[in-house]
Design a protein. Structure first.
Length: 276
C-alpha cells in the first residue's frame, strides 16, 4: 500500500468502520439466505472458483483482488475485491469458508460508485452496504489534490463531517471527524500525523470521546514506498496489534500477517486477475 493510498483513506476509514458497526442492527434475512451461496470448501487460493459464489463481475472492473484469510492457520473467509481504472474498489464480496462458529462470519457485500474531478480525484462516492442505508460522501481538496474536507450523508441527512489541517507540504497534520445524530453532535474523533522527509506517515494518533478508539499507530515502508508494517497501540485496553505486509515484484500486496501482543492471530494471502 503506497503512501498516496493512505492519504486517500485518512478521512474515510473511520467512517466506513462506524457504518459497518452500525449496520448490524439493520441486517435482514437476505444475509443468510438470498445472498448466501452455501458452504464452500477452500483450503488455499488454488481452490478458489468465483463461479461457486453469487457474484457478478462489474462491467467497469479492471481487476479483481482475491483474499483468503486464515485464523489460527485455518481458512476463515474468502473475499473478492473489484477495482476500477482509478484503482478504487467498486465491489466487495466476502464469504465464510471455514468451520469457525464466529458470529461475524457471514456473507458480506458492498458496492461503490464514484464521480471524478478532471484531475482524477474523487468528488463523490456512493456506497451501498449490505442491508444498510445508502451513504453519500462528498470530497474537497487543496490546490495540490490533498484531501481537506469530507461530508457524509446517510438517508439524505448529514451523518459526519471531516476537516483536515495541512502543513506547508500539504500533508494532513490534524483531522477532526464529527458524527451527527438527529442534527445533534454525537461524537468527535481527532487524528494527528507525523511524517518523514518523503512525506510518508510515520505516526498517527487518534483521540476520541469513545475511549476504545484512542490509539497510536506506527508505519514503516520499503524502498518502493509500500507500507511494510503497521503497529497499533490501544491506550485504553493495554493491547498492541502488528500488521506486516508483503508485496510481489509489481508492488501488489500478496500477504498480510496479523499479530496480537506478539502472537500471530491471522494472516491473509492475495492473488489478482486482470480483465481486458
Amino acid at each position: 500500500m503506497k503512501i498516496q493510498n493512505i492519504h486517500k483513506t485518512i478521512l474515510t476509514a473511520s467512517i466506513c468502520a462506524a457504518i459497518m458497526t452500525s449496520c448490524g442492527s439493520e441486517k435482514s434475512s437476505e444475509t443468510s439466505s438470498d445472498k448466501d451461496s452455501g458452504a464452500v470448501s477452500v483450503s488455499d487460493l488454488t481452490d478458489v472458483n468465483m463461479e461457486d459464489f453469487d457474484i457478478e463481475i462489474p462491467e467497469n472492473a479492471v481487476y479483481c483482488q482475491t483474499e483468503l484469510v486464515r485464523i489460527k492457520g485455518e481458512p476463515s473467509t474468502i473475499s473478492f475485491n473489484f477495482y476500477d481504472d482509478h484503482d478504487n474498489c467498486i465491489y466487495l464480496y466476502s464469504h465464510p469458508v471455514g468451520d469457525s462458529e464466529n458470529e461475524f462470519q457471514t456473507t458480506f457485500y458492498c458496492s461503490y460508485s464514484y464521480k471524478y474531478n478532471d484531475d482524477g480525484t474523487i468528488s463523490e462516492m456512493n456506497m451501498a452496504m449490505q442491508d444498510s442505508s445508502p451513504i453519500l460522501s462528498e470530497f474537497e481538496y487543496s490546490d495540490d489534490k490533498k484531501l481537506e474536507t469530507e461530508r457524509t450523508y446517510r438517508n439524505d441527512e448529514m451523518w459526519s463531517t471531516a476537516f483536515s489541517e495541512l502543513d506547508e507540504h500539504s500533508n494532513p497534520v490534524r483531522c477532526e471527524i464529527s458524527y451527527v445524530d438527529n442534527d445533534k453532535l454525537n461524537s468527535v474523533t481527532t487524528y494527528e500525523y507525523e511524517y518523514d522527509s518523503e512525506g510518508r506517515i510515520l505516526v498517527e494518533k487518534c483521540f476520541s470521546d469513545k475511549s476504545y478508539n484512542n490509539t497510536t499507530k506506527y508505519y514503516t515502508y520499503d524502498a518502493n514506498g509500500n507500507m511494510t508494517s503497521l503497529e497499533t497501540q490501544y491506550a485504553d485496553m493495554d493491547l498492541t496489534m502488528l500488521t506486516k505486509y508483503t508485496y510481489n515484484s509489481d508492488n501488489r500486496l500478496i500477504r498480510q500477517e496479523e499479530f496480537t501482543d506478539g502472537e500471530e492471530s491471522s494472516y491473509a494471502e492475495y492473488e489478482y486477475e486482470f480483465y481486458n
